[in-house]
Design a protein around this ligand. Structure first.
Ligand code: FES
Length: 73
């Protein structure tokens, strides 16, 4: 599972990273510059909003690739 995110250094003062879980889907992260995966590897964030996989079945870890829509436990 993906964990910590680091706020973007270029964001206006007072802004923070926002994390929004989607029911039965990814976690949306706004305002992050870097995402650290469970192994401690840094993944650069190049978009204003990114979707992090929470199901563990993505082929683009740590990013959600939509696989959760087709796989049910
Ligand atoms: S949450 Fe979308 S692929 Fe895992």
């Amino acid at each position: 599972m993906t964990s910590p995110v680091r706020p973007g250094t270029g964001t206006p003062r007072g802004r923070s990273v926002q994390v929004e879980p989607c029911p039965e889907g990814p976690v949306l992260v706004r305002g992050a510059e870097v995402v650290l995966d469970a192994d401690g590897h840094e993944h650069e964030v190049t978009r204003p909003v990114v979707a992090l996989c929470t199901c563990g079945r993505t082929q683009r870890d740590p990013w959600c690739d939509g696989t959760h829509k087709f796989v049910r436990d």
